[in-house]
Write a protein that binds this ligand. Structure first.
Ligand SMILES: NC(=O)c1ccc[n+]([C@@H]2O[C@H](COP(=O)([O-])OP(=O)(O)OC[C@H]3O[C@@H](n4cnc5c(N)ncnc54)[C@H](OP(=O)(O)O)[C@@H]3O)[C@@H](O)[C@H]2O)c1
Length: 296
């Protein structure tokens, strides 16, 4: 039986390094991204390492919930046909939007960082639990610590600050991760969050060039904020991928669930806001409303 892994946002940055790590660990890896050339290049790069199973690319824009549903349908159907388990799903895709934008009527950072990975996971749950032992790894961020902790509505009150709204969407996803781990207790599907720390990638390059991405209070400290961000995101993506690779493969985590793997690739205590049952309930309500499992 072939061990298989799907890595979203797996054609560049931390996701590609994660895919390389999983291919090296014997997985048949599917990387997902939007750009076909980049996708082909990523598959070539993985296959150049002579993995036990060839990697492949699947195109999907995970900012579109319709494309998330189509991707899930395809992956589920392929596993049903082949009988191979879906051993690991790494929800690595993530994005920060310096200027506010909508995707299908919902604010973009909430879609890409939470609703999309939520929907992909929920739609693939029968495949993941059916082929267990299996693991779900959701990539989180230190930005949750500076997030608006308001989930009564899909958008928080107040002005748009890209960095904080990104952090809020990551917080929603982390609360979902811990909630899902509870729901799946008693199955052999484990749920982990992985915090990459920071790395120089497309997402971070140039992200903090405009003070408007942070709240007015933080703008007062702009030179310090910018320097801290630049320093913490200067490392290689290969190192930042280690928490995801550990979460996906470490035998010491077998049978465990609901754990956050921190930037040093060891378990860490989750932020209190993410473990709050009220946050989980609010996030669940928003997720079910804005990313229904069946298209309306
Ligand atoms: N870099 C950091 O310092 C840092 C720190 C904390 C957390 N993180 C988290 O780590 C994860 C990876 O970040 P990264 O810095 O490696 O990002 P990145 O370099 O910007 O990631 C790019 C990958 O995501 C794909 N992608 C982007 N938007 C997509 C979409 N709408 N649909 C499908 N694929 C999409 C890209 O391919 P295409 O462009 O071809 O679609 C590419 O494969 C994210 O969840 C991020 O929030 C990163």
């Amino acid at each position: 039986m072939t061990k298989t892994a799907v890595v979203t946002g797996g054609t560049a940055g931390i996701g590609l390094e994660t895919a390389l790590g999983l291919a090296g660990a014997g997985f048949s890896v599917t990387v997902v991204g939007r750009d076909a050339d980049r996708g082909a290049g990523a598959a070539d790069r993985i296959n150049a390492t002579n993995p036990a199973h060839p990697a492949r690319f699947l195109a999907a824009d995970l900012g579109s919930l319709g494309q998330v549903r189509a991707l899930a349908d395809r992956v589920a159907a392929e596993h049903a046909a082949s009988g191979d388990p879906l051993t690991v799903l790494v929800n690595n895709v993530g994005a920060m939007f310096p200027k506010r934008q909508n995707l299908d009527g919902v604010e973009a950072s909430f879609v890409v960082n939470h609703l999309s990975p939520y929907l992909l996971t929920e739609l693939l749950l029968p495949t993941l639990t059916g082929g267990a032992p299996s693991r779900i790894v959701n990539v989180t961020s230190g930005a949750v610590g500076l997030a608006k902790k308001s989930f009564h509505a899909v958008e928080p009150p107040g002005g748009y600050y890209g960095f904080h709204w990104y952090g809020r969407a990551k917080l929603a996803n982390l609360a979902y991760t811990l909630d899902l781990a509870d729901r799946l207790k008693g199955t052999a599907t484990s749920v982990f969050a992985a915090d990459p720390g920071g790395a120089a990638t497309d997402m971070t390059n140039g992200t903090l060039s405009d003070p408007k991405v942070v709240s007015p209070a933080l703008r007062l400290l702009w030179p310090l904020v910018r320097r801290t961000f630049e320093r913490s995101t200067s490392g290689p993506a290969s190192v930042a991928a280690r928490p995801s690779i550990v979460a996906a493969t470490d035998e010491a985590l077998a049978g465990r669930t609901g754990i956050v793997i921190g930037a040093q690739a060891h378990p860490v205590t989750p932020p209190r806001a993410a473990a709050d049952p009220r946050t989980a309930a609010d996030v669940r309500r928003l997720s079910e409303r804005y990313a229904p499992l069946t298209a309306t």
